[in-house]
Design a protein around this ligand. Structure first.
Ligand SMILES: Nc1ncnc2c1ncn2[C@@H]1O[C@H](COP(=O)(O)OP(=O)(O)O)[C@@H](O)[C@H]1O
Ligand SMILES: [Mg+2]
Length: 232
């Protein structure tokens, strides 16, 4: 459903992403791992229209979205949860979720049901200010805000960062729930083992280039990948 062909992108005159091709098929969870600064976040921002695409193409459901503005990309069915600064702490849970639906208010009611179905804990706290909630709950709000428009593809940048091991496990279970309800996911993750273990496929990005690709299981078992990227 998502296909990147020789994507080149960057912020200044330097190209950060240097000709990357990859894909996410329907119903897949795909994880991208790689060292800090390798371009994982930049790649996600490029897909979402937040970083200039300089070469190559991005296709989604067969149509070229390379030159689309972010709001048009959202309308096509892609959601994105950035690595940081992804909730409004002084607003309530419900207000944060409303903001997620601002370009398609007609979808809010149905989307809200779906979000509360996945995160029942948010329903109970819908009037609470997000800034007063735990890190794990704030993450759920951030993911919920992207889910409210019921995307067919969800991009998650470091969903477990800053979470305790226990909350990380909870969040990964939710990620599997989201996938089972019919959303494909592309995940960038520091907890590479955890992410690869729930992923059908994965890619290793290093210095803006693809180094390895394969099934989640086979990357976890690959000696070189283990030594270089999974801490032995
Ligand atoms: N807003 C920006 N302006 C200029 N360079 C940036 C910006 N954001 C990230 N970079 C650079 O892009 C490279 C890749 O960063 P990033 O995509 O955040 O890597 P990762 O997510 O894999 O840790 C780094 O060298 C970083 O310094
Ligand atoms: Mg990053």
């Amino acid at each position: 459903m998502l296909k990147l062909v020789d994507v080149v992108s960057g912020y200044t005159d330097v190209n950060i992403i240097q000709g990357v091709s990859m894909e996410v098929n329907k119903n897949e969870i795909v994880t991208i791992i790689g060292p800090n600064g390798s371009g994982k976040s930049t790649l996600m921002k490029t897909i979402f229209g937040l970083v200039e695409l300089r070469n190559g193409r991005i296709l989604f459901d067969g149509s070229d979205i390379s030159q689309l503005r972010t709001d048009k990309i959202v309308r096509k069915g892609i959601g994105y949860v950035p690595q940081e600064r992804n909730v409004f702490p002084s607003l309530t849970v419900l207000e944060n979720l409303e903001i997620g639906a601002f370009i398609r208010r007609d979808r809010f009611k149905e989307g809200l049901e779906e979000v509360f179905n996945i995160f029942p804990e948010l329903k109970k706290k819908s009037a609470q200010k997000v800034g007063t909630m735990s890190g794990g709950e704030q993450k759920m709000v951030a993911v919920g805000r992207a889910l409210i428009l019921m995307p067919t593809l969800l991009l998650l940048d470091e969903p477990s960062s800053g979470l305790s091991p226990k909350l990380r496990d909870v969040l990964f279970k939710k990620i599997v729930d989201i996938n089972e309800l019919g959303t494909s996911l592309m995940i960038v993750e520091q907890n590479a083992r955890m992410a690869l273990s729930v992923s059908r496929r994965g890619y290793v990005l290093e210095m803006g280039k693809k180094r390895f690709e394969g099934e989640g299981k086979s990357l976890l078992a690959n000696e070189e990948v283990k030594r270089l990227y999974l801490g032995g």
